[in-house]
Design a protein around this ligand. Structure first.
Ligand SMILES: O=C(O)CC1=CCC(=O)O1
Length: 401
């Protein structure tokens, strides 16, 4: 066997790995006296000499080929490689980003065709794409604060200013069901806490006051305060601190699935969690966190929601997560609560193990005039488990202001 025959065999292996056996069998079996040399040439030169080079992995080369075929308008080749990329496990997000970039470097008409062909392929493959309408109520603009540490912000809707502040290990998308429901008559601003999502992750540990300072500059930069602050778990802790330290910025407060402080046993649990993440990363706590965030029946009925929340947790910067755990573990607003002067709604989940109902009861009793609502079907992330009930309570509260 000569060198080039060897290269041919290696090329066939690469070609099979990228395009799949069915396609390669068809091309090789259908070769004839007219195109056999050409098939041999591309197998050796493209599939061995280029795809076989160690400097770039196949995923990167696949994305490059998509970009290049879009640039040249070689739609047959684009469709072939697109199908192979999707079936070969390249993420839709990476493909979407490649197509987005092509809009700039190849031009909008080319990207238009690329998206159209991609959509029809995904449909053919039975891949469901979650709706993300662009009507005024759903359209969200994304930006970062001017001041540092920079916080990632999503804003949508028009009307009364409402801020949504997420739980530990989540991000702005924890509110995907709630924000559009408020947007018809509220201007809704959600943000990623420092150390989370697309916000900056300065070196920790953070204190709860750091997170409250972030909240205060966020509202001041926005210029729409005083706001209705809606915080869940860690977001609710920040809300309590904001209302206590900056009452001029908070018109009304919603504290969901949260607490004003942890007893000693709770603080020890936080110390253990910090050590586990520092030593083994977020993967080591992901099952336990999901078990606390969502009850079993919800996880069985909505595996995709749990998978998305797990992916968000695992994407979170581990050092940022730990830095926030320090803030959460030390939270103590008990002395401040009796001085809060704004209308306050406390929401609890009957099945919440992260912040049991008793914590919300204590909180609601300490804040003058606060109302407590308990959602029977919810555990910790009630805004995701029972969005309709969560929105109904929010709406009722906001409309009463
Ligand atoms: O992570 C948990 O168990 C519960 C929690 C505390 C603060 C937060 O946002 O979630």
């Amino acid at each position: 066997m000569n060198d080039r025959q060897d290269d041919f065999d290696r090329g066939v292996r690469n070609r099979r790995a990228v395009l799949g056996d069915a396609w390669v069998d068809r091309s090789l079996d259908n070769a004839n006296a007219f195109n056999a040399d050409f098939q041999s040439l591309i197998t050796r030169y493209a599939w061995h000499d280029i795809w076989g080079r160690p400097g770039l992995d196949h995923r990167t080369r696949r994305l490059l080929v998509l970009g290049m075929t879009i640039a040249q308008g070689r739609w047959e080749e684009y469709e072939l490689h697109l199908r192979a990329a999707v079936e070969g496990g390249v993420s839709l997000q990476e493909i979407q980003e490649t197509l987005m970039q092509s809009a700039i470097y190849c031009g909008v008409p080319a990207a238009n065709t690329a998206f159209k062909l991609a959509m029809s392929l995904l449909k053919e493959l039975g891949m469901e794409l979650p709706a993300q309408p662009l009507s005024a109520q759903h359209r969200a603009s994304s930006h970062h604060t001017f001041s540092a540490p920079q916080l990632h912000v999503l804003r949508q809707g028009q009307g009364r200013p409402v801020v949504l502040s997420h739980a530990l290990g989540m991000d702005v998308h924890m509110w995907d069901a709630v924000a559009p429901a408020l947007a018809p008559d509220c201007e809704v601003l959600r943000y990623d806490h420092r150390g989370h999502g697309q916000s900056a992750a300065p070196a920790g540990p953070y204190s709860m006051d750091d997170l409250v300072d972030d909240a205060a500059r966020l509202v001041r930069e926005w210029g729409r305060g005083p706001v209705v602050w809606v915080g869940l778990s860690m977001g609710g802790m920040v809300g309590q601190g904001l209302a206590a330290r900056h009452p001029e910025l908070v018109q009304a407060l919603v504290v969901a699935n949260s607490t004003a402080h942890y007893p000693d046993a709770g603080r020890q649990m936080w110390a253990q969690r910090i050590a586990t993440v520092e030593n083994q990363g977020l993967g080591a706590i992901a099952d336990a966190v999901m078990g606390r965030y969502f009850h079993e029946a919800f996880r069985a009925a909505h595996p995709e929601a749990e998978a998305a929340a797990r992916a968000t947790l695992l994407r979170t910067d581990a050092a940022g997560y730990v830095a926030c755990c320090h803030a959460v573990s030390q939270v103590d607003w008990r002395d401040a609560l009796p001085r809060l002067g704004c209308p306050t709604l406390v929401i609890a989940g009957e099945q919440d193990q992260g912040a049991p109902v008793a914590m919300s009861e204590a909180l609601a009793q300490a804040v003058p005039g606060a109302r407590l609502e308990v959602i029977a079907q919810a555990s910790h992330i009630s805004a995701l488990e029972t969005p309709d009930e969560f929105v109904r309570l929010l709406r009722g509260f906001i409309d009463s202001l």
